[in-house]
Design a protein around this ligand. Structure first.
Ligand code: ATP
Ligand code: MG
Length: 396
């Protein structure tokens, strides 16, 4: 069902069980949890579908269906509970979204999610939109390994599907390593990308309504470590203005080409020659947009609620310079059972701590994030460096 009339917050539902409208989300991780918080703040009830009975979002939602994403009974139940449904991760089966869309507003739609969950389909979309991406070749079998163009080496072999936080990808220096990597990745369909000389990475988070209206956040500058986002900086001067403008233009073209409805993140590389190359898209709010919770007058989750409910979109305004530090499991110490020094961190001006309520720390696991806001870029960076020092995070 396409988006029709807006689902106004506070409007009673019809029928004997009159009550607030309910918005649903597939996936119960931190992104789902922050969506639930934003929806509830606007007076909606929420429902989460996640197989984990103890998921971070499920625990704070009005309704939690602890079932598999393909379970037709759970999907029917979710549709019965909710007026509109979104997703917090791209690997949700596109079939599940299509099933829900038969009776409910679903945003983003199954087609856009299907493209985002397959690196080959994603790259084909970039080519269609005229946005340059890294030179690549599809590697579906051993013959493709042997015939892949030599100028893609050294490169990165990435599984076409199910990769996140640098998982499912291996750097390869030469063809012998490529053979080994393809075997190590169990000969799943892959993309071989040329290893590009990056000077920096950035991302655009935008929101697009069913009527095609689009708004975006300021462009984020991102630092990754070991394939995982470590730091996001957003303030004037964090990126050259022409690069930021180009990134916004490209992100808008990509969203438009998908006829996208919802919050979309587009990740980019900036190369040593100053050119901009698109990396990948995420059909949902993104880790690099978390600073918007504390540094902008609307967060990416507020906009996710608005797009899902068919409410007006207004351009978000950043009111503070921001540096976001990801809080990964290793901060919980070598035995993963220590409590980081939150007291010292929270003594810093403009420190906003977000913990996702995950029960167990693991190295590389995203446990929370810390945003440092300030009136100037210098002040935000200075407190972020102090926080990094206190927590034992490598400086940036
Ligand atoms: P995430 O879920 O965190 O977005 P991912 O698993 O989808 O990550 P990518 O975004 O493809 O992985 O890559 C992770 C990081 O690896 C990039 O942000 C970048 O730092 C580096 N990287 C990826 N592809 C290339 C490339 N072609 N050339 C140089 N560096 C690359
Ligand atoms: Mg990425």
């Amino acid at each position: 069902m396409s988006a029709g009339a807006a689902l106004l917050p506070g409007a009673p539902t019809a029928g004997p069980d009159a009550g607030p409208l309910t918005l649903g989300v597939l996936g119960g991780g931190q992104l789902g949890r922050m969506f639930v918080h934003a929806a509830q703040a606007m007076g909606y009830e929420t429902a989460v579908l996640d197989p984990d009975a103890d998921s971070p979002a499920g625990r704070v939602s009005h309704h939690h269906l602890p079932s598999a994403y393909q379970d037709p009974r759970a999907l029917t139940q979710l549709a019965a509970l909710c007026s509109a449904i979104t997703t917090e991760f791209e690997n949700v089966p596109a079939d599940a979204l299509a099933l829900l869309a038969a009776t409910r507003t679903v945003a983003p739609g199954a087609k856009a999610v299907a493209i985002a969950q397959d690196r080959l389909a994603e790259k084909a979309h970039f080519v269609r939109c005229g946005v340059p991406c890294a030179p690549f070749a599809a590697i579906a079998n051993v013959a493709d390994v042997e015939s892949a163009p030599a100028d893609l080496l050294p490169g990165i072999l990435k599984t076409a599907r199910m990769g996140y936080d640098g998982k499912g990808q291996l750097r390869v220096a030469d063809r012998a390593q490529l053979r080994q990597a393809f075997a190590d990745l169990k000969q799943q369909v892959c993309v071989l990308e040329k290893l590009l000389p990056l000077t920096l990475e950035c991302s655009v988070v935008l929101a697009r309504g069913a009527d095609g209206a689009m708004v975006e956040f300021p462009v984020q500058r991102n630092l990754h470590r070991a394939g995982i986002l470590a730091v996001t900086e957003v303030f004037e001067g964090a990126l050259p203005t022409p690069i930021a403008a180009q990134a916004v233009h490209a992100a808008r073209a990509i969203a438009q080409g998908l006829d996208y409805v919802g919050v979309l993140c587009v990740e980019f590389f900036v190369l040593q020659d100053g050119s901009l190359v698109v990396n990948e898209i995420a059909p949902r709010p993104h880790n690099s947009g978390h600073y918007s919770l504390d540094a902008c007058d609307q967060s990416q989750f507020d906009l996710q609620v608005r797009t899902l409910a068919g409410l007006p979109l207004t351009q978000p305004r950043q009111h503070s310079a921001a540096v976001m530090l990801n809080l990964l499991g290793e901060l919980w110490g070598p035995h993963l059972d220590a409590t980081p020094h939150w007291d010292a961190v929270l003594a810093l001006p403009g420190a906003h701590l977000h913990l996702y309520g995950k029960r167990q720390a693991r190295p590389g696991r995203k446990m929370g994030h810390l945003t440092l806001t300030a009136h100037s870029a210098q002040a935000a960076q200075a407190t972020a460096l102090q926080a990094a020092h206190i927590l034992g995070i490598e400086a940036f």
